[in-house]
Design a protein around this ligand. Structure first.
Ligand code: ADP
Ligand code: MG
Ligand code: MG
Length: 301
């Protein structure tokens, strides 16, 4: 079990003093699906980027914590109960990812000559290695430097503990079947000529491979036709059902929530969560828009 906790989070634009987040409180646990909704410009993407550690934003108040229960550690790791909470704001983006927070965005650019398969295997090994280092720090052990020979990503297995090519193929195949993705996809070069829908599917595939505790998905539904929306939605549901990932689904529209049913729905207005409820709140927003929430909360539209 893991819990991502935002408390009283305030953030402004790093270059300047425009305040965007004005005290966001939100908790997402493994296995839960939360929808974060709200009008354009309310601060949804900023919330996602602040969780990711995007340098364009400066946190001026509040916390972003991740708490991991014992079952999140490997068998050979023992971390005291009072040390299982990390303040993400003190950590680099790759360390945040290593602690199980996935932000689908960090959109890798098109890189010539790197296949999806190699990219994903490298990302998984990097996460596992970073995670081991973080846990060792908490355990207080000195890391032993392994001065082994470097091998190219095509050869593998490189280091001890690293996932080699053959093992990774099996993982990839299973996850791609889970997502109903064409096997050929993995042989394509990173992002080269990917359609909007393929990029979104790829984002879910990345999350399936990395097995995060909590995944933040920002507008993964935008620009998808209905078939792709259904494939992507099934993939998101599988993240939750097969690996217990908690989902923070950021969306402007209710449509995807017909396929990925949220346990909790939050409405963001002007950099704060103005209202929370269950799935029926999303339907109400679909019918009535966002203005009534503003009226209800602030007494004025
Ligand atoms: P949402 O995702 O809910 O549509 P955003 O988080 O993208 O909203 O933006 C919230 C507000 O903050 C908007 O008014 C936007 O213009 C402003 N904003 C976001 N990022 C920046 C930035 N890097 N520089 C200046 N203003 C920004
Ligand atoms: Mg500033
Ligand atoms: Mg946005």
């Amino acid at each position: 079990m893991a819990r991502l906790e935002l408390s009283n989070l305030h953030a402004e634009v790093a270059e300047g003093d425009e305040q965007i987040l004005e005290g966001v409180d939100l908790e997402v646990e493994s296995g839960e699906i939360h929808a974060l909704m709200g009008p354009n410009g309310s601060g949804k993407s900023t919330t996602a980027k602040v969780i990711a550690g995007h340098p364009a934003y400066e946190v001026t108040e509040g916390e972003v914590l991740i708490h991991l229960e014992e079952d999140e550690f490997g068998d050979d790791v023992e971390i005291d109960e009072d040390q299982r909470t990390w303040n993400l704001l003190d950590l680099e983006p790759n360390e945040r990812a290593a602690l199980g927070v996935f932000l689908g965005f960090q959109y890798p650019a098109e890189i010539e000559g790197v296949t999806m398969t190699n990219f994903l295997r490298t990302a998984l090994n990097a996460k596992l290695e970073e995670r081991e280092e973080l846990f060792e720090e908490e355990e207080g052990e000195e890391e032993e430097e392994d001065e082994g020979f470097e091998t190219s990503p095509m050869e593998g297995p490189a280091d001890e503990g690293e996932i080699g090519v053959a093992e990774f193929q099996e993982i990839l195949q299973e996850k791609m079947e889970q997502l109903d993705m064409d096997e050929k996809f993995a042989q394509r070069y990173l992002n080269a000529g990917f359609s909007g829908g393929e990029k979104k599917q790829n984002e879910v595939l990345q999350a399936a491979i990395l097995e995060p505790s909590v995944a933040v998905l920002d507008e993964i539904d935008s620009g998808l036709d209905i078939d792709r929306l259904q494939d992507v939605s099934e993939g998101i549901n599988a993240l939750r059902d097969e690996q217990g990932t908690g989902i923070l689904q950021i969306t402007h529209y209710q449509r995807i929530l017909d396929y990925v049913e949220p346990d909790h729905v939050h409405v963001m207005l002007d950099g704060q969560i103005a209202k929370s409820g269950d799935a029926s709140l999303a339907e109400e927003l679909e019918d009535k828009g966002y203005d009534w929430v503003r009226e209800e909360v602030y007494g004025t539209a």
